[in-house]
Write a protein that binds this ligand. Structure first.
Ligand SMILES: C[S@@+](CC[C@H](N)C(=O)[O-])C[C@H]1O[C@@H](n2cnc3c(N)ncnc32)[C@H](O)[C@@H]1O
Length: 318
């Protein structure tokens, strides 16, 4: 099967400046109050971004013990009810979907898995046994107003494009949501890292007008991150594997020349590259912290989209 055409990387460019200005001037973060859930929560990049946009997290799922420690250390204070109500759960496949509290927006970056090759029928039933099936089932049972899913760029061409097509058809044709997608770079949302990721957004009311947030320039560069002269403005995309490879090795992503000397990126610097605040805590080893950062989202890009999703929910006709 042919891969689907790549979405215009720069779809956000088609987006008029006025829409973002509207978001800015209405300050959606203060006027709106929506509930969201954080699936495959990791260290809470979605939680932080949607909390900042004025929404409240009512349910989260993450099964990795180290990631759970980091999540709890950082979100217990800002979302105490999530923990008091025991709605920060582990394995999502074990959750009876009807027991999830009501919410408006589903968010999550899920592991990419191939779907069943059986038969010609695509859609919901084909996704059974995968983690995307759990997402689709939650949407089917809970009928949120919107979803925002994130994944690696490779999901787009994964399995000859079949994975993406099945996801799109399940959400739009089977579940009746609108479906918008784009490859989004963190560096187009202020952060010094390319980190191209597939963003997928949809609304239960498929006529809801949604415009991609406007791109913005870098807010700071790698010299600011590493507090010294770095020979590249935009850093390497944070990853999980390949750490401490020799600086000129193609797998290297954490070694930089700073003021002419090679040194490794620290977790605090990685946090800054991903758009987390300086106050963010890591109650785990540096090795675990770097793995968690490699898995995480670019918070500034997610926040720009969160504001735009909330704007669309408040103004479905644009
Ligand atoms: C790509 S990461 C998402 C990171 C997250 N968006 C963030 O901002 O940090 C995917 C996460 O899903 C978690 N995960 C995988 N399978 C899971 C399951 N069955 N139930 C709950 N969490 C799961 C992994 O432990 C991992 O932390």
């Amino acid at each position: 099967m042919n891969s689907p055409e790549l979405p215009a990387t720069d779809q956000s460019e088609q987006f008029s400046a006025s829409a973002t200005d509207k978001v800015g001037s209405l300050r959606g973060e203060q006027l709106s109050k929506y509930k969201f859930i954080d699936l495959f929560a990791g260290i809470g990049g979605f939680h932080l971004a949607f909390h900042k946009a004025g929404a409240e997290c009512v349910f989260a799922s993450e099964w990795d013990e180290d990631a759970r420690l980091t999540y709890e250390a950082n979100f217990k204070k800002i979302s105490p009810k999530l923990f008091e109500s025991n709605n920060f759960v582990g394995d999502i496949t074990q959750v009876k979907k009807s027991t999830i509290p009501n919410f408006d927006i589903l968010t999550g970056g899920f592991p990419c898995q191939p779907f069943s090759q059986a038969g010609f029928k695509k859609g919901f039933e084909d996704t059974r046994g995968t983690l995307f099936f759990d997402i689709a089932e939650i949407i089917k049972v809970k009928k949120p107003k919107a979803f925002f899913l994130e994944n690696v760029r490779g999901l787009y061409s994964h399995d000859g494009g079949r994975t993406f097509q099945t996801i799109k058809e399940t959400l739009s044709e089977d579940l009746g949501y609108s479906f918008h997608h784009a490859i989004v770079k963190a560096s187009d949302h202020g952060l010094p890292q390319h980190r191209p990721r597939l963003f997928m957004v949809g609304f239960r009311n498929p006529d809801t007008v949604f415009e991609f947030p406007k791109k913005r320039g870098l807010k700071f560069n790698m010299s600011d991150v590493m507090n010294g002269k770095v020979d590249r403005e935009i850093g390497y995309t944070l990853r999980v594997g390949g750490r401490t490879s020799p600086i000129d090795d193609r797998r290297n992503w954490d070694g930089y020349r700073v003021n002419g000397k090679v040194r490794r990126l620290t977790p605090r610097e990685g946090l800054k590259m991903q758009g987390f605040p300086a106050s963010y805590k890591f109650p785990v080893s540096d090795i675990a912290a770097m793995k968690q950062l490699g898995n995480s989202v670019a918070v500034a890009a997610i926040h720009d989209y969160a504001k735009q999703i909330i704007y669309s929910l408040d103004n479905p006709r644009g």
